[in-house]
Design a protein around this ligand. Structure first.
Ligand code: ADP
Ligand code: MG
Length: 226
C-alpha cells in the first residue's frame, strides 16, 4: 500500500506532462534552428522558403514557451509573495506594450500589506496573460483597469477590466480549451495555462463579459502570515 501511494504522488498532471514535453522538444528545435541559419547563408536563392521555415519554428518556440510555464515548481519553492510589488512588476513589464497600442493601465489597488503564497514567476505570468488579452481586445486603444480588494474569509480578489468588444457566449464556452483562439497569431494557451496556475495556487477565476468589455476576477487565499 505504501508503495502504491508513493507512485500516485509521483503522477504528473496533464499540465506537467505538457510542460515536460515542451521542455524536451525545445532542445532539438534549437539545434534545427541553428543549422537552418547556416543553410540560409549558403542558399541565398531559396531565401523565401527558409524564411517560412524560420517563422514556423518561431511559432513552435512560442507555443513551447507558454507550456513551459506549467512546469511545476516543487511546493517547497512556494514563497510569501507581496501582491503590491508583484502587480507593480507586472505593470512595469506591460506598460510599453500598452502605450504602443494606445492603452492606459489604470490601477486602484492597495496591496502593500497583502501577501499570498506561491511561485512568483507563475503568478506574474497569469497577470501578464490577462493584461495581454485585454490589450489585444482593444485594437483602437482604451483603458485596462486593475482593481483589487481583500475579501472576507481570508481571500483576496484582483479584477482586470478592459473596454474591448467582449466575448460572445458561444466563444465563452470554448475559451480555456487547449489551442482555442480567435486570433490570427494566437496560441490559445494563455487562459488554459493561467487557469492551471490559479488552480495550483488554490485560487479561482471568474470571467464576466458583455459587449462593453470583459472583466477577469482572480481570487487567491491570503498567506497565513500577513
Ligand atoms: P490567445 O490570446 O492566444 O488567443 P488565450 O487563451 O489567451 O489565447 O485566449 C483565448 C481566446 O479567448 C482569445 O483568442 C479570445 O477570443 C478570447 N479572449 C480572451 N481574453 C479576452 C478579452 N479580454 N476580451 C475578448 N476576448 C478575449
Ligand atoms: Mg492570450
Amino acid at each position: 500500500i505504501n508503495n502504491l501511494s508513493r507512485l500516485s504522488e509521483k503522477q504528473a498532471t496533464a499540465g506537467q506532462l505538457a510542460a515536460g514535453l515542451a521542455h524536451e522538444i525545445r532542445n532539438p528545435i534549437t539545434a534545427i534552428k541553428g543549422f537552418l541559419q547556416l543553410l540560409m547563408g549558403e542558399n541565398v536563392g531559396n531565401r523565401i522558403y527558409f524564411e517560412i521555415i524560420n517563422s514556423e519554428i518561431d511559432r513552435i518556440e512560442e507555443i513551447l514557451k507558454e507550456l513551459m510555464v506549467l512546469a511545476k515548481p516543487t511546493k517547497q519553492k512556494y514563497e510569501r509573495v507581496n501582491l503590491q510589488s508583484l502587480l507593480e512588476q507586472v505593470i512595469t513589464l506591460m506598460v510599453s506594450q500598452a502605450l504602443l497600442n494606445n492603452i492606459q493601465i489604470v490601477t486602484q489597488i492597495d496591496f502593500s500589506y497583502t501577501w499570498i503564497t506561491g511561485d512568483k514567476n507563475q503568478l506574474k505570468q497569469v497577470f501578464i496573460n490577462f493584461i495581454k488579452n485585454a490589450i489585444e481586445a482593444m485594437p483602437e486603444g482604451g483603458m485596462v483597469q486593475i482593481n483589487g480588494s481583500p475579501l472576507a474569509c481570508g481571500q483576496v480578489r484582483i479584477s482586470i477590466t478592459d473596454q474591448g468588444c467582449g466575448i460572445p457566449e458561444d466563444i465563452l464556452n470554448q475559451i480555456g480549451q487547449p489551442f482555442f483562439t480567435t486570433k490570427e497569431n494566437g496560441t490559445g494557451l494563455g487562459l488554459l495555462v493561467s487557469r492551471e496556475i490559479i488552480k495550483e495556487h488554490k485560487g479561482d477565476l471568474y470571467i464576466e463579459s458583455n459587449k462593453n468589455g470583459t472583466t477577469l476576477h482572480v481570487e487567491f487565499p491570503l498567506s497565513s502570515e500577513q
